[in-house]
Design a protein around this ligand. Structure first.
Ligand SMILES: [Zn+2]
Length: 324
């Protein structure tokens, strides 16, 4: 369900109202230190939501360790941009945010990337009927100047052409029927790498995996029951098909082709996180805006690590001068 932009703008039209919502979603009634989890906390600034942890003697705010860390952009503008991005089902280019919000390109880019970081969901295990399939992103590597990284495929020419053994970026996806999708960039589609991804993201008991005939998938039977669809012979056989994950791949590729000019391999995971979030919430009945903030502010340990890493990357990008 779409988030109503006007309602959000009316409800959260001041910095104070937005800050109150962030505190409520992040901590509820008990503010806890993001470093040591202690609730022995002194309020330093009630308005700015700044605190001091008496246990580990650090200052923090509701922004600490989140996508809002260090931002100078007012929160009502953040909230509007979040709604724009959430509602843009096929993606939203920074240029478009620049036009809608009156931001500079740099601010638009930076905000959108942070919003994508907030879409990275914590680990959870899929079960039931799970489809697993890989897809390849990017076409020919562009000729690049010495300043940019070599072997950094340009994803703008995403192609639906399938083929293993090319030098494109391979992404493996897993989807639970009527459930969530997860993706991972895997450089080498070895049995070991595929098995590791499967173990991390799926429960083996009471589950069944469906793949095509790519031989590395056979190895996964060590962990989980598996059914195979042979595409040279047939498209589907009852429940044996990989149509759900293939549908996800075309959703992502159409989106990237339509909305983003070029994505480098390094930043592809952020865009994948965006499409995963949107796919995973396509039938969501609750308040997607609050669900988004809860995820963006959540404090899962793995996610926290992911976020810290990702935010570093995003920060670096934000201050690099960008060529037109
Ligand atoms: Zn502390």
């Amino acid at each position: 369900m779409a988030v109503n932009l006007l309602n959000i703008q009316k409800k959260y039209n001041t910095q104070a109202k937005c800050l109150n919502l962030l505190v409520k979603i992040r901590w509820g009634k008990t503010v806890k230190c993001p470093k040591c989890d202690s609730d022995k906390v002194r309020v330093l600034d009630k308005q700015q939501k700044r605190y001091f942890c008496k246990t580990c003697k650090v200052q923090f705010s509701v922004f600490t360790d989140t996508i809002f860390e260090g931002t100078r952009l007012e929160l009502p503008k953040w909230f509007t941009t979040i709604v724009l991005v959430l509602n843009a089902k096929s993606g939203m280019a920074a240029k478009e945010i620049e036009r809608n919000m009156g931001f500079t390109y740099k601010t638009a880019y930076y905000t959108a990337m942070r919003i994508r970081v907030g879409m990275i969901e914590p680990e959870s295990k899929l079960n039931g009927i799970i489809e697993m399939d890989e897809s390849y992103f990017g076409g020919k590597a562009r000729k690049r100047s010495k300043l940019t990284a070599p072997n950094d495929p340009d994803i703008s020419s995403v192609t639906l052409k399938r083929g293993r053994g090319t030098n494109k970026v391979s992404v493996v996806g897993m989807v639970q029927r009527k459930g969530k999708v997860k993706t991972k960039l895997i450089e080498k589609l070895t049995k070991r790498n595929l098995l590791a991804m499967l173990k991390q993201n799926a429960r083996s008991e009471n589950s069944i995996l469906v793949t095509d005939g790519f031989r590395s998938y056979k190895e996964l039977e060590k962990y989980i029951d598996r059914l195979e669809i042979t595409h040279s012979k047939e498209f589907s056989r009852g429940i044996v098909h990989v149509n759900t994950i293939e549908g996800f791949w075309s959703y992502v590729k159409n989106g990237i082709r339509g909305s983003y000019k070029s994505i480098s391999k390094k930043y592809l995971p952020f865009y994948l996180a965006e499409y995963e979030w949107k796919f995973n919430h396509r039938y969501y009945r609750g308040d997607e805006f609050e669900a988004y903030l809860k995820n963006a502010l959540s404090h899962d340990k793995d996610l926290e690590y992911w976020k810290a890493e990702s935010l570093q990357q995003v920060k670096k990008v934000a201050y690099e001068p960008r060529k037109k």
